[in-house]
Design a protein around this ligand. Structure first.
Ligand code: ADP
Ligand code: NA
Length: 319
């Protein structure tokens, strides 16, 4: 059973990506699972080409450093020709209305939006269908896109002939949802401009300590001690959840006498949690040959996995 997950190089990977996704991909992934660095998805809004290239490489190094088997990895743009062809076939069984209904497009799209912002869910469908993925682990925000991939697979199969596995969305096992340290009303994200509340995977230990020391704890009244109150004190609850995720305990089991103690413990736990990944990434980035080989192998494997589906789909569609 193939599952496909992806991460977009729209910024540097952060502690939220690690605790909420990447470390689980490495630990719990099945032998058929695939992990894509979805660089083509990063082009739907204004971006810098050299930065995209560097972030893609860095993110591939991060996935390797996390311990994901190299043969499970692929950079999306290495399959741009195959995906371009399949995206066109799928766009021709997708209605304009279906694409325009996607809530992410409705939120960000206007007349000046790149057409790719409208059509990237079809590209995402092509990623999934080319690889024959049966399951796609996604959060709520991507559920609608997997539904679109299902509809397009079914429609193509019934219109032209059976070729695609109809994928289904699966909810990833509940993992930590890490919030921004300085604005705990939103999740920690690569695309946040103010990086003070974002702990990046590659931040040096002292920077991690400074960011955690400045984290919002929601209250000036620290006399009450540390309590886990996610609704009333999301900032403090976030720190407790980060600590719990690093220590492998439940948030309710975390006890500290003061916010100062909590913050030092969170900082040290994060530093130690991220250290091996950061050090391995530095080694990989210093040895371009190894990363190039991993990338080329992954591309070849993914291309071979999809080749017969793409050629069948083209033939069935009459081209
Ligand atoms: P970002 O929002 O930082 O750009 P992505 O949307 O590329 O991250 O998500 C990549 C993976 O990381 C997904 O599986 C997503 O659920 C997970 N993830 C992203 N942000 C967080 C967070 N703050 N806490 C936990 N998991 C997260
Ligand atoms: Na994002």
């Amino acid at each position: 059973m193939t599952r496909l997950s992806a991460i977009t190089p729209s910024g540097h990977a952060h502690a939220g990506n690690h605790l909420g996704a990447l470390r689980h991909w490495a630990r719990d992934g099945g032998p058929e699972d695939l992990y894509f660095v979805s660089d083509l998805h990063a082009m739907t809004q204004s971006y810098s080409p050299p930065r995209l290239r560097a972030l893609t490489r860095e993110l591939l190094a991060v996935l390797v450093a996390e311990g994901i088997a190299p043969e499970r990895l692929c950079v999306q743009s290495d399959l741009v020709r195959e995906l371009g062809a399949l995206t066109w076939l799928l766009e021709c069984v997708c209605s304009y209305g279906e694409a325009a209904r996607m809530t992410q497009f409705k939120a960000k799209g206007d007349a000046a939006a790149r057409l790719g912002l409208l059509t990237y869910p079809v590209l995402m469908a092509a990623d999934i269908l080319l690889q024959g993925a049966a399951e796609v682990p996604v959060g709520d925000d991507q559920l609608q896109h997997v539904e679109l991939a299902r509809s397009l697979a079914r429609r193509f199969n019934s219109t032209y002939g059976e070729v695609f596995t109809v994928p289904r969305a699966v909810t990833p096992p509940t993992a930590a949802r890490v919030r921004d340290l300085s604005a705990p009303d939103r999740k920690m994200s690569k695309s946040t401009r103010d990086a003070a509340g974002t702990v990046f995977l590659l931040d040096p230990p002292d920077l991690i300590r400074r960011k955690v020391a400045r984290a919002v704890t929601d209250s000036s009244d620290h006399s009450a001690g540390v309590a886990y109150l996610p609704d009333e004190r999301p900032g403090a609850a976030n720190l407790i959840e980060i600590y719990a995720a690093c220590a492998g305990v439940a948030p309710k089991e975390v006890e500290f006498g003061s916010y100062g103690e909590l913050k030092s413990a969170v900082a040290e736990a994060l530093v130690e949690e991220l250290r091996p990944v950061r050090e391995r990434v530095q080694e990989l980035l210093a040895d371009p040959g190894e990363l190039d080989r991993i990338r080329a192998d992954g591309a070849q494997r993914a291309r071979e996995r999809g080749a017969h589906r793409l050629s069948s789909a083209l033939r069935l569609a009459g081209v």
